[in-house]
Design a protein around this ligand. Structure first.
Ligand code: NAG
Ligand code: NAG
Ligand code: NAG
Ligand code: NAG
Ligand code: NAG
Ligand code: FE2
Length: 470
């Protein structure tokens, strides 16, 4: 009996060894995380939740948010809503420890959507700020005054470290609140958020109940009032609803959120570019025309030659719909834009592309797929060290829940994928190195679920394939 058993064990180990070995041989496509999370319904926080509380006081400014207001980072656009009355359009601001106060004058608007009427939405650009400086600012002047602060970025230049947060598809569920809390409590502090689209998900309510745009604005104020969020538009910003005669796409987004698009020569708020410290950030619009001769195409074609890697070594692109996505959900939706623009991305050595849309997390290898020409049949992604890394970070936690179904087997170009909610941090150290980490909501604030050292494609384009990892 003994010898027989031992033989069985031996052959079992042998087979196991062969199986594991074959994984090593054939699964070089990457890793599908085995992390098991609690499966539970993702629901919006009720309107009487603490995060949606209206600030006290008559006509108190609410939904305060800031974004970069020019190309270089010396301007900020301050936005807020007053509900009871128009109130003041003025922002008073001053440098930390300085008694000299400045005033800027903004504008306000309201809009109607089906049977909803918005409060007074104020936008006020403040310009000629000093770099790398803490400013305080006050809104609600003469009524209920509220005070906030922000830091301006360092002067645009190649070796100024800067840390970006990444959040996408946030929504306003209990999970959204956990994502934002994890971002805030991450020991590596983000200085600005690159937001990859899909903000409030108000369009999931009957008649796109725009009160959920207001509640979202109050929810995120605890971050958006203190650091700029760089906005990308997603499909949930379209609010295109012919059934209730709402046929102007992006109406609520356009009234509530500003982008500095004119500064970069863009003609619509949905695509634009900014420089921030060592980074050149190009924001693209997945839901505006992008074919040849369209305004976005013409703009982007003229945009790439403007990027000077000696000034801004890091070239980052934000968009909503990912080009490389190995989940079943939204599979190939980014394909037409990829076909149009990918050759430019490779030629210009974009370092990284961040997208949302798919409610999960994925990171690609450096790959491109630009050889195809209708007749040659060359249509599979290949490893390409001039190509960007593609990261899908649509895992903010909105009410639609997680995208869990993946295409199998995992494609070779996909380096890591996991269906969990979370956020990421892209921390630029200098012109050659940036450290990237993705954080899932189930872990402690400091824990990283996926990491990568980025080596700048212009200054230090060393091979980043797994076998050459350094
Ligand atoms: C402002 O004053 C505080 C307290 O005196 C000090 O810690 C801080 O460094 C000062 N900041 C600047 C920018 O001077
Ligand atoms: C808007 O219409 C919906 C249903 O059609 C109704 O429930 C809601 O109370 C209306 N809101 C306003 C502000 O009239
Ligand atoms: C949201 O998160 C904040 C910070 O962790 C917490 O104080 C608050 O109670 C949470 N609210 C809800 C509705 O989960
Ligand atoms: C690129 O930027 C550097 C550093 O600011 C500057 O010296 C150089 O003239 C710029 N090159 C071009 C072509 O503008
Ligand atoms: C750039 O940053 C990396 C990572 O922190 C470091 O190893 C490298 O020495 C730095 N390069 C320079 C020139 O300082
Ligand atoms: Fe989306």
């Amino acid at each position: 009996m003994g010898p027989v058993r031992r033989f069985d064990l031996f052959s079992f180990l042998l087979v196991l060894g062969l199986v594991l070995n074959s994984f090593v041989l054939f699964c070089n496509g990457g890793q599908t995380s085995s992390f098991v999370r609690k499966v539970e319904k993702t629901v919006d926080m009720p309107l009487d939740s603490d995060v949606f509380r209206v600030p006290p006081g008559y006509n108190a400014p609410q939904q305060v948010h800031i974004t970069q207001g020019d190309v270089e980072g010396k301007a900020v656009i301050v936005s807020w809503v007053t509900q009871e009355a128009l109130g003041s359009n003025t922002v008073i601001y001053w440098k930390e420890n300085s008694s000299k106060k400045y005033k800027a004058q903004g504008k306000s608007n309201t809009y109607k959507y089906y049977n909803y009427t918005s409060g007074y939405i104020h936008h006020c650009p403040i310009r000629n700020l000093e770099y790398d400086t803490k400013y305080y600012y006050m809104v609600g002047v003469g009524q209920t005054e509220r005070k906030f602060w922000f830091f301006t970025p360092p002067e645009v230049g190649p070796d100024v470290p800067y840390t970006f947060g990444l959040i996408g598809d946030l929504g306003q569920t209990f999970d959204s609140n956990i994502t934002l809390t994890h971002y805030e409590n991450n020991p590596t502090k983000g200085q600005a958020v690159m937001f990859v689209g899909d903000l409030s998900y108000a369009d999931q309510y009957p008649n796109h109940d725009n009160n959920r745009w207001d509640s979202w604005g109050r929810f995120v104020e605890r971050s958006t009032a203190y650091q700029p969020w760089i906005w990308t538009v997603g499909n949930h910003e379209l609010d295109f609803a012919p059934e209730i005669k709402e046929t102007r796409p992006f109406k609520p987004f356009k009234h509530r959120y500003r982008t500095p698009y004119r500064s970069s020569g863009s003609t619509e708020p949905f695509w634009y570019s900014i420089k921030r410290g060592p980074a050149y950030i190009i924001v693209l619009a997945s839901y505006s025309a992008y074919g040849k001769y369209t305004p976005q195409y013409t703009w982007l074609e003229e945009e790439f030659p403007k990027v000077n890697r000696t000034e801004t070594p890091w070239l980052i692109v934000l968009m909503h719909s990912p080009w490389y996505n190995s989940y079943d959900y939204h599979y190939m939706e980014g394909e037409t834009m990829r076909v149009m623009y990918e050759p430019w991305f490779v030629k210009n050595k974009v370092d990284v592309v961040f997208a949302g849309h798919v409610h999960a997390y994925e990171r690609s290898e450096r790959i491109s797929n630009i050889a195809y020409n209708i007749v040659n049949g060359i249509c599979a992604p290949v490893k390409d060290q001039s190509a960007p890394v593609y990261i899908t970070i649509g895992d903010g936690g909105n009410l639609e829940g997680l995208a869990t179904k993946m295409t199998e087997p995992q494609p070779e170009y996909s380096a890591f994928r996991e269906a969990s909610f979370g956020h990421a941090i892209f921390s630029i150290k200098n012109r050659t190195h940036a450290y990237y980490g993705w954080h899932r909501n189930q872990d402690g604030y400091a824990v990283k679920g996926d990491t990568m050292w980025f080596h700048n494609r212009f200054w230090h384009p060393i091979d980043e394939s797994p076998s050459f990892d350094s």
